[in-house]
Design a protein around this ligand. Structure first.
Ligand code: UDP
Ligand code: MG
Length: 315
């Protein structure tokens, strides 16, 4: 098998058929062999029903995995990579925002340059609000600085990997997956090519602003211990400042006999220090929660059903 396409789907009922058609139109005749792997990530609409029907009629090898509930796109990508049999494996969204034609460019580049292990596509122009674009830019700059790994601006999960890199990604079994970080962390040679994201074919994005913030926190906490170090630094600075203030107050009292006006200062300091402490405790909690979850060694996802169109098990 030359290429496997891993397609995570969450509430993509109206996009499955057009996505399948677009992939077949783009790839047919250009590749010796390819397969499509759709992962239904606990959709609430008729995504699985549509996948089941299409699996019987698909003009190319097709697998469909049905999760028992929504485990998130990163788990869906992991499941797809596990099932992929291709020499090259592409991760592509199921909403037609990422053109399947770009996959051919990626494959051509991997064929032409054996030293490359991955080709990632990045968005040249982003169709999102300036505020979101600004926040994303800041976030990736921060991640670049905080971890010793590289994050290319605008690059998404839309990538084609060589088999060796797929195996490396699969060997990272962490529960709280931040795929973009994992793709960078495993190393290998990645080339970046531009693509223009199209509007969603149907449906709405499942990413609200708050979901993006949660994702950013997950990225930071699962990839760096930088916030913990920051806590130490803030603690040290606060302690030092308190020490200086203590000397100042004692000298004021002993040398000049000034009784320091107490109430507002004390209230402000208690609230400030209390606030900082709670913040740092929360931060610690984020890390401990991850240790707790990882310590349970639960599976990354649970599959309810798997279909394959050249499988006798197909009903
Ligand atoms: N997705 C998923 N599980 C989720 C959320 C999203 O598998 O919990 C899939 C979704 O079906 C799509 C891809 O991930 O194929 C990207 O999602 P979306 O289009 O909502 O994100 P955006 O393109 O806005 O970043
Ligand atoms: Mg999308």
């Amino acid at each position: 098998m030359k290429l496997s396409l891993v397609i995570p789907c969450y509430n993509e009922e109206a996009n499955i058929q057009p996505m399948l058609d677009a992939c077949v139109t783009a790839l047919e005749g250009h590749l010796s062999s390819y397969e499509l792997i759709f992962v239904n990530d606990g959709s609430r609409d008729g995504t699985w029903k549509t996948l089941k029907e299409l699996c019987k009629q698909a003009p190319c090898p097709m697998k469909a995995i049905n999760f028992s509930r929504n485990f998130g796109k990163d788990a869906a990508i992991y499941a797809g990579l596990q099932q992929a049999a291709g020499e090259y494996v592409t991760v592509i969204d199921g909403d037609l925002q990422q053109p399947p034609e770009t996959v051919l460019e990626m494959v051509a580049l991997l064929d032409a340059q054996p030293h490359l292990d991955c080709v990632a596509a990045y968005q040249e122009s982003r169709k999102e609000t300036r505020f979101i674009a600004f926040c994303k830019k800041r976030f990736y700059r921060l991640m670049d600085k905080a971890c010793a790994i590289e994050f290319h601006e605008g690059a998404s999960d839309f990538r084609t990997f060589r088999r060796g890199m797929v195996e490396a990604i699969l060997s990272l079994r962490e529960y709280d997956r931040f795929s973009k970080g994992i793709f960078s962390w495993v190393g290998f040679n990645t080339a970046y090519i531009p693509y223009t994201a199209r509007p969603r074919h149907a449906g709405d994005t499942s990413w609200s602003f708050f979901k993006l913030v949660r994702y950013a926190i997950k990225g930071i906490v699962s990839f760096t211990t930088f916030p913990l170090k920051l806590a130490t630094v803030i603690g040290a600075i606060t302690a030092l400042l308190s020490l200086l203030y203590m000397v100042f107050v004692v000298v004021q009292k002993l040398a000049f006999g000034i009784a320091v006006p107490g109430y507002p200062t004390i209230i402000v300091l208690i609230l400030l220090i209390g606030g900082i402490q709670m913040l740092m405790l929360g931060l610690l909690g984020e890390y401990i929660a991850r240790v707790f979850i990882q310590g349970k060694h639960r599976p990354l996802y649970i599959t309810k059903e798997t279909l394959c169109n050249d499988d006798d098990a197909l009903d």
